[in-house]
Design a protein around this ligand. Structure first.
Ligand code: G3I
Length: 362
């Protein structure tokens, strides 16, 4: 009966199955990063799952400068147009990822014909032209953009990107200024990963304050939310989200996924870790090549449930939770050499237990 009431309150037809977007309908938008095959709707079963569960989306790659602006005088709109049309046709709100980022950056963007850094004036002109052209094309259709992505290191220092090397930290307010001039009604975000690192957190607070002090529009900060079984600490994540929100901005969880594999850092003692997990050291790179052990799967589902319950508790500041991929096999984290299980749907598109927890028990 409760599912029925929820369905009616969310405007769903009676007896239609509840998706994640219905379960969290009162809390925040639920989005998914779409890859090329999904944007081209090559598989009807995939399309059905996207339609049922999501009311927002981000493009995994097709709006990055290397894809959409491959040469200074050449734009390739084909897949990006399909992405926005795909969302519009399904009543899904499209978001833009990403205008200024050091990775997947068009190779020409920050260098001259000899491969040397361009001058500050040339880089500013190129940033303005890129931002203005891309945002103008999707004005009124893409609701919000990751304007700048991953400008800050774990310790809070500025990333030594070409943008920083040539313009210093000024490239960030400039990007937000150009974006607002291009589309005054569009939401603008700063996006980063590892937001549980104190150094990055402090610098993000400073950055939001600086942008606001200059009267520049910033609507929200994107906490990418790439996580694992032993990071981040959920209480720190929540505390830092709220401290950022106290600066007068919203929060978007923009790229959520949770690795189910043992975290191996460069300094990790792999042999000791392997022994503690009962895994042969030689298998530590790819510990679960065929399937996740039941016990690990149960731990993963519980930890995901804890995070999404925490997101729900903070729905006063969280505007959107975007999952960085639909099913495990479409995740950037899972490769043939290191199979991972970081997303909400299995390879065969069946929902994981935590999805059932939120959609059936409602
Ligand atoms: O498009 C080429 C294709 O022509 C070529 O045949 C193929 C094989 O080499 O590579 C294709 O490019 C790949 C691209 O994804 C598009 O599929 C790149 O190799 C691959 O490195 C790239 O990975 C993306 C990664 O960003 C790059 O850093 C992932 O799909 C994407 O999920 C990931 O997403 C980033 C966010 O944008 C920012 N936050 C971190 C997140 C994870 O890295």
């Amino acid at each position: 009966m409760l599912v029925l009431l929820l369905a009616i309150s969310c405007g769903r037809k009676e007896n239609s199955p509840a998706g994640l977007k219905d379960a969290f309908g009162e809390d925040f938008l639920v989005g998914v990063a779409l890859n090329e095959g999904q944007i081209r709707a090559l598989d009807s079963a995939t399309d059905s799952v996207i339609r049922l569960h999501f009311n927002a989306a981000e493009p995994e790659n097709c709006l990055k400068s290397e894809a959409i602006h491959p040469e200074e005088d050449t734009y390739d709109w084909e897949l990006a147009d399909k992405y926005v049309d795909f969302c519009t046709e399904r009543g899904i709100t499209p978001y833009g990822h990403v205008l200024i980022w050091h990775s997947q950056l068009s190779p020409w963007f920050a260098v001259d014909e000899n491969g040397n850094d361009v001058s500050p004036e040339v880089l500013k002109q190129r940033m303005k032209e890129h931002i203005t052209t891309v945002m103008t094309r999707y004005k009124g259709r893409i609701k919000g953009w990751d304007v700048v992505n991953e400008a800050i290191e774990d310790d809070g220092s500025w990333r030594q990107s070409p943008f920083y090397r040539i313009l210093g930290e000024e490239y960030i307010p400039l990007a937000f200024q150009y974006a607002h001039e291009a589309d005054p009604d569009c939401e603008l975000y700063y996006n980063d990963y590892g937001m549980h690192h104190e150094g990055r957190h402090r610098r993000v607070l400073e950055l939001v304050g600086m942008l606001k002090d200059r009267g520049l529009r910033i609507d929200a900060v994107g906490f990418q939310g790439h996580m694992g079984m032993d990071y981040p600490d959920i209480d720190i994540f929540e505390k830092y989200m709220r401290e950022v929100a106290d600066m007068g901005v919203g929060i978007c969880i923009t790229e959520w996924d949770m690795s189910a594999l043992p975290t191996i850092t460069s300094s990790a003692d792999v042999a000791t870790l392997a022994q503690s997990l009962g895994i042969a050291p030689e298998n530590m790179l790819n510990p679960y090549p065929d399937a996740l052990p039941e016990e690990i799967s149960a731990q993963w589902n519980k930890r995901v449930e804890d995070f999404f319950s925490m997101f729900r508790r903070n729905s006063d500041i969280i505007r959107r939770v975007n999952i960085w991929g639909l099913n495990d096999s479409s995740s950037w984290k899972s490769t043939p050499r290191r199979r991972d299980y970081p997303l909400l749907f299995n390879d065969d598109l069946t929902p994981k237990d935590v999805v059932k927890h939120f959609t059936i028990s409602e």
